[in-house]
Every structure is written in C-alpha cells, then in structure tokens.
Design a protein around this ligand. Structure first.
Ligand code: PMP
Ligand code: GLU
Length: 403
C-alpha cells in the first residue's frame, strides 16, 4: 500500500490550523508576484525598514567577528541587563536580569511560557477577540483554550465578571495582549486593577501578559499587569522588538518571569533553539539604547494613518469602526454586509467577505473569525497612506456592489 505524507503526522500537529495572518500575507505576496495589483492590508508588520542607527551598530558588531559562536541560551548578559532595566524603569516591574529570557521572538516566548506551565487538560483563559496564535499554541502544549469574550460596546475589552465566569478549577493561566491584536484596545490601570482583584481570589492562576505593542500606543500610557505587586510573583511579561523597532525579520523577543519559570524557559530553549541569533541580540541592545529616538517617528506615522483610515472607513454606510488605542490594526464591524449577494454568491460570513474583497477588488484583509469574532475584518494600517486610501476606496466600491 502506498503511504500518504499526512498519515505520519502527529494528531496535535494535524489538528493545528496554520496561522491565518501569515497565510493571508503569503497569499497576497504570491498574487503580487503573479502580477496582480494587490493592496495588502493583512500584514501585521511595519512597512518601515529597521532604523539605520540599529543597522549601523550591528554592522560594527559583524565586522568585529566576535559574535559567531553560540550565545548563552538565555541571551547575552548585556541584553538581559538592558531589558531588566527597561522593565524596572518603564513598566515598574521588579525584574532582575536573571529573570529575563531572550528568545527568537515573542511567539517563541509565548511558546516557552505555555510549555513551562501546562499539564494536559489545563485551561488557559484567552481574552477574545484574540491573536490567532494563542489558541493554537495552547492546544499544541496540551492545554484547553477557554475564551472570555469582550463586547464591541466595551471596545472589545473583557469585564471582571467575564473573567470570573471563565475561571474553573482547571484554570492555569490567563493570556492576553494589551494593546490588543486585533482590536488595538488597551487596558487602563483601573481596568487592570479590577481584573487583578478577581485574580486575587484565585491564587493558582498565572497571568501571561503579551505587551509586544506597548510602544505603539496612541494614548501615551501603558500599564503592565505585572506592576501590581499582589500578583507580580505569578505574572509573565512578554515583549519583543518586531513591532515598535520594525525588526520582524530579526526574530527577537523576550519574557520576564518569576525565577523558577524563567529557569524552566531557559531549559526549554536549551533543548529547542539554543537561544536567539547573536547579531539579532546585538541589534536588540542598540534598539534599547536608542529607544524613543528610533520608534517615536514610526508611532507618529501609525497614528496619522489610523486617523486617516478611520475617516475614510466611516464614510462607508453601515460600518462601525472602533478607535484603536494602540497597535496598527482596525477591526471594523461589517455585520451590515453579511447575507448580501454578489451575482450567484451569498456573502454569509466574514471569511466570505474577505475572499470577496481579495477576488473582486484585490484588497487583502484578515477575517475576524480567525480572531474569534464573526462580524469584523482586520485591517492593518502598517502600510503607506496611498495604499490605505486606495484600498479603502476599493472596499467601498466592492461593498456598494453587494445587494
Ligand atoms: N504577540 C502578538 C499579539 C502579535 O501580534 C505578534 C505578531 N508578530 C507576536 C506576539 C509575535 O511577535 P514576534 O515577531 O516577536 O514573534
Ligand atoms: N502578528 C502579526 C499578525 O498578526 C504577524 C503575523 C503573525 O505572526 O501572526 O499579523
């Protein structure tokens, strides 16, 4: 009998969905390559190059020839010290350098955290709408995702009672991003305080806080849940360089955790990756050194694009467009267009709508179902103003053609 490649796959990998965000970005890149005029609003990636100050620092490091051997698994001490210093000063976390584990991206840090924490059947409460990767990784690590769903009228943020309802005897952790991918909503200090009050009643629940969009904040303040002393010893804070420093390809992230969990993450990396690329780590040291000077101009541009995109989208009848407080995504509600027809097709779901926009007007978006929301499409404004304007004009036209 002939074997089929898929018969050898483990069940957990066979059941794992591919990343919907990366799949859409890859599809639009391949259509562009075929010569189609695709306007890509699907990418969760800054369109800016990595700032030249960072590149110049790494060029010197490369020329020195000193960085071609395995680095320490948890990261260069200089980088771990710089990260701990940043977290103490900016995030008010009581973090020592040996509690910082540098990784090959925030994605790897989340994987490490879940791998270190979960036993089979442990539940992880994911605040939803959620980044596509969270449930996939929880399941891969043997856990069970449980969704606490934020309502549109609360800017998609969950309320304390939603958290309380989701907690069970099997809850091991909560996992969320603030600012959020896909909604851009950010929890204020007061909102986090209310969530912390619930966690205080459940001392076995760990908080995993994904703060990768921290610097891309349009309200100027960011609160880390780990700054609440009452839960600091059971909080893992994740961050990275991809977004604010336009360093997606360098693959560099980190996590700060209580000492035993940090050690566990180091052990995992010692068996899985041997740590992050040396020159990427050197780039991380430069990025933290230059800080605001390199990321603020990009954040300013993101804010201008957000405002421009909201203005254009609000001209489209029936759309509801919440205003993101951070990150670079809009998450408008397209309910008014679901159930409408185009020729023989009915656009029943946001997935149908996203496909329709790609096929009819060559605009790439990511459908909200991938983030646990059946009414929205995610629109990234990490692209030029021209692309944004043209793409939204095309969306408007395509929606007008639905009857
Ligand atoms: N968390 C969130 C919420 C994200 O949107 C992303 C997207 N890349 C990541 C983590 C992963 O970032 P990294 O590139 O550092 O792996
Ligand atoms: N995080 C980005 C996004 O949501 C990049 C792709 C990915 O890693 O998911 O689009």
């Amino acid at each position: 009998m002939k074997s089929t490649p898929s018969q050898f796959l483990s069940q957990r990998v066979a059941e794992m969905p591919p990343s919907a965000t990366l799949a859409m970005s890859a599809l639009s890149a391949s259509l562009q390559k075929q010569g189609l005029d695709i306007l890509n609003l699907s990418a969760g990636e800054p369109d800016f190059p990595t700032p030249s100050l960072i590149i110049e620092a790494v060029q010197k490091d490369l020329a020195s020839g000193k960085y071609f051997k395995y680095p320490p698994v948890a990261g260069y001490p200089e980088l771990r010290e710089a990260i701990a210093h940043k977290m103490q000063q900016e995030n008010h976390l009581n973090v020592q350098p040996d509690q910082v584990i540098v990784s090959t991206g925030a994605k790897q840090s989340i994987t490490n955290a879940l791998c270190a924490l979960l036993n089979p059947g442990d539940e992880v409460i994911i605040f939803s709408p959620h980044w596509v990767t969270y449930p996939a990784l929880v399941r891969l690590m043997g856990g069970v995702p449980v969704f606490a769903i934020g309502e549109a009228k609360n800017n998609y943020k969950i309320k304390p009672e939603d958290l309380e309802k989701a907690i069970s005897a099997r809850t091991k952790a909560i996992l969320f991003s603030s600012p959020s991918n896909p909604t851009g909503a950010s929890f204020s200090r007061e909102e986090l305080q209310d969530l912390v009050k619930i966690l205080l009643r459940h001392p076995k629940v760990v908080a995993i806080s994904d703060e990768i969009y921290e610097y891309i904040s349009f309200q100027g303040t960011h609160t880390s849940i780990g700054s609440f002393k009452e839960i600091a010893d059971r909080t893992l804070t994740i961050n990275g360089f991809s977004k604010a420093f336009a360093m997606t390809g360098w693959r560099l992230g980190y996590l700060a955790a209580p000492p035993s969990l940090a050690k566990a993450c180091e052990k995992i990396q010692g068996q899985m990756t041997s740590g992050a690329n040396t020159l990427a780590q050197r780039a991380g040291i430069a990025a933290l050194k230059y800080g605001k000077k390199v990321y603020l101009p990009m954040v300013k541009a993101f804010q201008e694009r957000r405002d421009l995109a909201i203005e254009s989208l609000e001209e489209i009848e029936g759309l509801r467009v919440p205003k993101p407080e951070g990150a670079f995504y809009l998450f408008p509600d397209f309910s008014a267009y679901l159930g409408k027809r185009y020729r023989d097709h009915v656009v029943d779901t946001v997935e149908d709508l996203s496909k329709y926009l790609l096929k009819e007007v060559q605009v790439a978006t990511v459908h909200g179902q991938a983030f646990g929301c059946p009414h929205a499409l995610r629109i990234s404004f990490a692209t030029s103003e021209t692309v944004l304007k043209d793409a939204i004009a095309r969306i408007k036209q395509a929606l007008a053609n639905l009857a």
